[in-house]
Write a new protein. Structure first.
Length: 230
């Protein structure tokens, strides 16, 4: 899933301790405002390291670093966000919900609603996921790729309950063109195909998987599923 916090590209050698200047200036300022002066440098270094580890896909180590950052700066929305994302990446959905809801409450932002919604699916509350996704879709400040992820989560949540018609209607809110494929566009088509197949509409499902394969034959397992349906 897209993340709203990403480290800037840096040129430091592998293994060199991260420096806080790698973080965006607004994040640095936010952490400084919410952290006591004696803990700022350590909190910033821990947060920077956690983000770097998340980008590498090492969610376990990212959780450890972000948890240490939280111990130093529990009132930092950036710290709570990164810890929530790391916990989500570990499949620790209940803990992720606590952190990401805190981030949302602190900032009033909807840019992690899709992750909160998917975490709700993870703890068996798919019905609660849909309103959060809808809120993200109506927010003009939320990037298109995040809105696409919100659509995917909400449609999947509805499909989890066998509400296939509603799921397909929700995924239809994301407008795409067959000749243009961003990474999130491929995900939208794939999920739509999956829902159609689950609904027993095999021919329409194959058409969605075919669109994915046309742009990227190695995307997900679309080629294999298309072969089975064909």
């Amino acid at each position: 899933m897209p993340r709203s916090l990403q480290p800037r590209a840096g040129g430091r050698p592998h293994g060199t301790p991260p420096k806080y200047v790698d973080l965006p200036s607004d994040v640095l300022e936010e952490v400084r405002r919410s952290t006591r002066p004696t803990a700022q440098r350590d909190a910033i270094a821990r947060l920077s390291r956690a983000i770097e580890l998340l980008e590498r896909g090492d969610t376990g180590a990212a959780v450890n670093e972000a948890a240490k950052a939280k111990a130093l700066s529990s009132r930092s929305s950036s710290v709570r966000e990164v810890l929530g994302l790391a916990l989500y990446g570990q499949g620790r959905f209940q803990e992720a919900l606590k952190e990401l809801k805190a981030y949302r409450r602190m900032t009033g932002r909807n840019d992690q609603n899709h992750v909160i919604a998917d975490s709700l699916r993870g703890v068996g509350k798919p019905r609660d996921a849909v309103p959060l996704a809808d809120e993200a879709l109506r927010d003009k400040k939320v990037p298109n790729e995040v809105k696409a992820e919100a659509v995917i989560v909400a449609a999947s949540a509805l499909a989890d309950e066998g509400r296939y018609a509603e799921a397909l209607a929700f995924i239809g809110r994301a407008k795409t063109r067959d000749d243009i494929a961003e990474p999130y566009t491929l995900r939208l088509w794939y999920v739509k195909g999956d829902i159609l197949e689950r609904a027993g509409r095999s021919r329409e499902a194959a058409a969605e998987f075919r669109k994915v394969v046309r742009h990227d034959q190695s995307a997900f397992d679309a080629a294999e599923r298309l072969a089975i349906l064909s």
